[in-house]
Design a protein around this ligand. Structure first.
Ligand code: C2O
Ligand code: CU
Length: 491
């Protein structure tokens, strides 16, 4: 038994004692045993952070204001919640190994937190209320401060309720100082499904789902996703905060090579993305390199990111984001020269007839492939629902921060997701980048992976980042309705 430090006791008081130091959990041998949780304030978490710091480390300071205000989607002004009044929030760009220090002021009418999606950071900065920090109350503030160990395309968003389905999201780009850039420029592309400020808001939609039964759910279906494509009907879909009728126009040169950093910040919508007639070379999934793969279109579930390089053609071309299985499209226009941009409606059919590359079809690049190793522990996560009152579960239970899947530092861990539902679930793990187990060879490194209806999917990771880490469905309504659990380091 370790002795709780003073700071840990203070933390427990602040968090209302929810992140208790002890829990009863089934150990891998199936026998119940009393174990001690490695909590966010444990010395192991601080030690892991210390080991990531380097002498010449540079620090990036950012002030962030979570606020209410008006945003122009392109001829349509909505009142919503954003970071700094912008949609998406202003990008944060750092280099691998840097320290990021973000002072958040909460000017929202309710408590919030920030989660740094995909980043293997110190556990006490992960932004999960109760589990890793007390929620930041209205008019409160909090300073996030952590080293960023891996390069890649990430984003950040709140981890309270269904706040993500407002405008609270922004890209976090981590450059690799050692990687040669074999492209001319970059373009960050953030996708979103939008309903806030149009007579509805995410809290109201969630209440409708909980009380209205299946009648209030959308009827979206997708062959690609193997079943239901979503529960919520959205009036709009956005690329970089803009409606398809008033897209962002990006000036480009014919022949220029652009690295696209695609981020799906949506809450209930997968997007099929492509530029009709322009092939993409996919280079990264969720920030980690893959063996390059050529594709006409790619699919991104909620929380997924894909990086791809394109060569700009000699004519204007839209980047289209089709709301998969739903009726809607968003776009951005690449504009070399002055020719008029084509009508996207005419190109949707062309894009949707193309084969789609799924991230799970890619292979990890050699440099990031996990070493072969048999798992020390295997946890099965049966995802189920919706039950009565729109309840979504993992292993038959709704989220309880006191329950978890025990792992020990140094173990190779396998998670086996089994989807018993009729809908896809983008399952996300905090604080780690797992490797998808592909039938032949090493699948991609990822932190969010689509698990299709009726299918099982296994992922492996090394337990090298002590703490309490959520794993959950990145459909924000499913997560809030219970489809979350904790990968719980114990000692
Ligand atoms: Cu972006 Cu817990 O999620
Ligand atoms: Cu789900």
């Amino acid at each position: 038994m370790s002795h709780p430090s003073i700071s840990r006791r203070r933390f427990l008081a602040a968090a209302g004692g929810i992140a208790a130091g002890s829990l009863v959990a089934a150990c891998s041998a199936g026998r119940a045993s009393s174990v001690t949780r490695v909590t966010a304030t444990s010395p192991q978490v601080a030690a892991t952070e210390r080991a990531r710091r380097t002498a010449g480390q540079s620090t990036t300071d950012v002030n962030l204001d979570a606020m209410q205000g008006d945003v122009d989607l392109g001829g349509r002004v909505v009142r919503t919640w954003t970071y700094g009044g912008q949609l998406p929030g202003r990008e944060i760009r750092v280099r691998r190994g840097d320290m990021l220090r973000v002072s958040l002021s909460n000017d929202l009418p309710e408590a919030t937190t920030i989660h740094w999606h995909g980043v293997a950071l110190r556990n006490d900065m992960d932004g999960v209320p109760e589990l890793t920090q007390p929620p930041i109350g209205a008019r409160g503030s909090f300073r996030y401060e952590f080293t960023i160990p891996h390069a890649g395309t990430y984003f950040f968003h709140p981890h309270v309720g269904v706040q993500l389905d407002r405008g609270l999201y922004a890209p976090l780009i981590v450059e690799d100082p050692d990687a040669p850039a074999d492209y001319d420029t970059e373009l960050v592309v953030v996708l979103d499904d939008w309903l806030d400020g149009l007579g509805r808001d995410p809290n109201g939609v969630f209440k409708e789902l909980r009380t209205g039964g299946m009648g209030s759910m959308g009827m979206a279906r997708s062959t690609l996703l193997g079943g239901d494509a979503g529960d919520v009907t959205y009036p709009y879909f956005l690329v970089n905060g803009r409606l398809a009728s008033a897209p962002q126009v990006v000036a480009a040169r014919s022949g220029q090579r652009i690295r696209l950093r695609l981020i799906n910040a949506g809450s209930d919508t997968a997007f099929r993305v492509g530029l009709p007639g322009v092939p993409m070379t996919v280079t990264h999934t969720d920030g980690f390199p893959v063996q390059p793969a050529i594709a006409d279109a790619v699919l991104l579930g909620m929380g997924e990111r894909i990086d791809a390089i394109i060569t700009v053609p000699d004519r204007p071309v839209p980047l289209l984001a089709l709301a998969e299985g739903k009726d809607g499209v968003a776009q951005l226009v690449l504009q070399p020269g002055r020719a008029a941009a084509p009508d996207p409606a005419a190109l949707v059919g062309e894009l949707s007839s193309r084969p789609v590359l799924m991230a799970t079809d890619t292979r990890a690049a050699d440099a990031v492939r996990l070493a072969e190793r048999a798992p020390d522990v295997v946890h099965e996560l049966k995802v189920g629902g919706p039950d009565r009152n729109y309840t979504w579960t993992i292993n038959g239970q709704v989220y309880d921060p006191n329950r978890g899947l025990p792992v020990r530092q140094g173990q190779r861990v396998r998670l086996r997701f089994v989807n018993t539902t009729t809908m896809f679930h983008p399952m996300h793990l905090h604080g780690h980048t797992f490797q998808v187990r592909a039938p032949n060879g090493s699948g991609p490194r990822k932190d969010t992976v689509n698990v299709l209806p009726g299918k099982a999917l296994e992922v492996d990771f090394d337990a090298d980042n002590p703490g309490q880490w959520l794993t959950h469905c990145h459909n924000v309504y499913h997560g809030e309705a219970g489809m979350m659990t904790v990968v719980s380091y114990v000692e």
